[in-house]
Design a protein around this ligand. Structure first.
Ligand code: IPM
Ligand code: MG
Length: 364
């Protein structure tokens, strides 16, 4: 089969890791006889410098007509001045909104061989495997009013955590659908003891639950959830939460897997179904790590695992997705580590060598 993909390497380490993801993708394509046709475009700071906007209309249109989009990372100190009119992150947010990608799936998996590379006791994290469904096009990120202004008493600013019942319902449904295929336990994370938007969220979650009598719904306050993630992560299976909570909790959860460099993500416009191709944007959860850019240093596994998610959801190529995931696991089992997951007695490699090793196995 043939697929048209848009590739947005972005800023900082984005291009470093994206190159390795492409290697793995092409290796799998060669092995299984698929053609992946790639169009490169700019996003974030790179786009601001070259095109004057964080993402151009042309790039958005190009993404829309592709089968899937692969993104590296955006942002960096060069564009960070709080007074700037346009910021690299705007490109990513605009893309998510424009493409209607409201469902962000962030699986957290602890590879057995990496247990020693984490800050946790083996008995706490061995066998941990859960998934966050993060709402991606609403809440504080997009709610209005959102602005900064001058008053007689000084400066003020506001962001709004706004949700409609429709926005809540569709994301909670994604949570239930996934939970139904997993342990039939859905945890809805909110702050209903304080926030009005969370009280609506909880009410809607309870209503949606009626359509899923086989799934147990539990509500967890976001502060308790952040504690539970490190206290007893094995308790977790499928979680659904709003945009900002999901952003924060998944960075925290990545530490269970050893590093931010291990967590992939898929942003979709609906529920993924086995065998059905769904458009999506695939990106690692980590940022652009500007200080490490171009040093052949960072871990490309998060974006390589994102490619596996792309193969699974946007290409409906399950075998090929598993080939990528098995390749990652095999290379880790052989003891290769980037700096972020390095531990005693292992072989330290850079971004490119890690990418070559994984592509070699994925295509071998
Ligand atoms: C993420 C990132 C983004 C977000 C940034 C880069 C805008 O942190 O994907 O988690 O906050 O969503
Ligand atoms: Mg984040």
């Amino acid at each position: 089969m043939n697929f048209n993909l848009t590739v947005l390497p972005g800023d900082g380490v984005g291009p470093d890791v994206t190159a390795e993801a492409i290697k793995a993708l092409q290796a799998v394509g060669k092995k299984f006889g698929h053609g992946f046709y790639l169009e490169n475009r700019l996003i974030g700071g790179a786009a601001i410098d070259a095109e004057g906007v964080a993402v151009s209309g042309d790039t958005l249109a190009q993404c829309k007509k592709s089968d899937a989009v692969l993104l590296g990372a955006v942002g960096g100190p060069k564009w960070d001045d709080p007074l700037n009119k346009v910021r690299p992150e705007d490109g990513l947010l605009e893309m998510r909104k424009y493409l209607g990608l409201f469902a962000n799936l962030r699986p957290v998996k602890v590879f057995p061989v990496l247990v020693d590379s984490t800050n946790f006791k083996p008995e706490v994290i061995e066998g941990v495997e859960f998934i966050f469904v993060r709402e991606l096009t609403g809440g504080l990120y997009f709610g209005k009013p959102k602005r900064r202004w001058q008053t007689a008493k000084g400066r003020r600013a506001v962001d709004s955590m706004a949700y409609s019942e429709q926005e809540i319902e569709r994301i909670v449904r994604v949570g239930f659908e996934l939970a139904q295929r997993r342990q039939k336990k859905l945890i809805s994370v909110d702050k209903a003891n304080v926030l009005e938007s969370s009280r609506l969220w909880r009410q809607v979650a309870v209503e949606v639950a009626e359509s899923y009598p086989d799934v147990t719904l539990e509500h967890m306050l976001v502060d308790a959830c952040s504690m539970r993630i490190i206290q007893n992560p094995k308790y977790l299976d499928t979680l659904v939460t709003e945009n900002t909570f999901g952003d924060i909790l998944t960075d925290e959860a990545s530490m269970l897997a050893g590093s931010m460099g291990m967590l992939p993500s898929a942003s979709l416009a609906g529920v993924p179904e086995a065998g059905v191709r769904i458009f999506g944007l695939y990106e690692p959860i980590h940022g652009s790590a500007p200080r490490r850019a171009g040093l052949d240093m960072v871990n490309p596994i998060a974006i390589i695992l994102s490619v596996a998610m792309m193969l699974r959801y946007s290409c409906a190529l399950e075998k090929e997705a598993q080939a990528v995931e098995s390749a990652v696991e095999a290379v880790l089992n052989e003891g290769y580590r980037t700096y972020d997951i390095m531990s005693e007695g292992k072989t330290k490699v850079g971004t490119k060598e890690m990418g070559d090793l994984i592509a070699g196995k994925a295509g071998g």
